[in-house]
Ligand binder design. Sequence first.
Ligand SMILES: [Zn+2]
Length: 319
Amino acid sequence: MFQYDKGIKINGTDLWLDAQKSVGLCCVSHSHMDHAVKHTKSLATDKTIRFLNQRIGKSKSTCLTFKKPYEIDGCTITLFPAGHILGSAQVFVEKDGQTLLYSGDFNLDESATAEPIEIPESDILIMECTFGKPVYRFPKRKIVADQLISFVNNTFKQNAVPVVSGYALGKAQEAMKILGDAGFELSVHGSVAVLAKIYEEFGINFGIWSKFNKAELDGKVLVVPPSAIKNRMVKNIPNRRTVFLTGWAVHAGTKYRRGVDEALPFSDHADFDGLIEYAKRVNPKKIFTTHGFEEFPHYLRQLGFDAEPLKKIKQLSLF
Ligand SMILES: [Zn+2]
């Protein structure tokens, strides 16, 4: 039903899913840079296309609506929300009586800014497994959000500036939403701000925030991408406490490696239990894993699934 070579190509069509090279026709799951390539024509949600236009420039595109089937080139594709970042989608393909679900990046836990995940059943599943080892079990998001708010309150009590670091698209805006809803005023790094404005276009409200200005930091929480932590912008703030939001925070050494005061296990990917639950809910006959640990299929096979890592393969048909 498909071939895999720097992207998933649906056999008998010109359609690619998340091709990592420029192709004629590609359905793009979401707008993180490892999935963002300029194609002749892209299919994606309206939000993903808006982010892609901002990040890599405009190209020909068609906006797809969640859960509305779209006929193209002899197959039908339907996008389902993936719960990863705003506009992120799983791609469900029906062709010649077979079904294939490509997960993209996904998260089962509830997010303050992404659409809640909805999971269809499928014959074939291609799934990400970023956190596909049992050590990666995260607390519920609400608990981590409360820890973030406590970090900010404690930092203000020490008369210091709280600096919150998360990836510029998705994580940073979710931190902004949680902190804005908690009543904090925010000062935001330019790379986060430009994407936050797009979130606002789609109705996400962050409360009171402004682009970073070092003269106006008093009483505000500074939100930055990870790269800014070691830059002058942050280092010139004399009295600061930094926190990094990442699933890798389950490893005790993360804060030392990242040069921050705290690291919280705040992820926009499913943890190990979430990956397993996802596979169970899709209930596939065959699973291919990608974007993660090669041993994750071993855990799926222990549960009775037919699972293997996705490798460069010429053609795959189940039946
Ligand atoms: Zn992603």
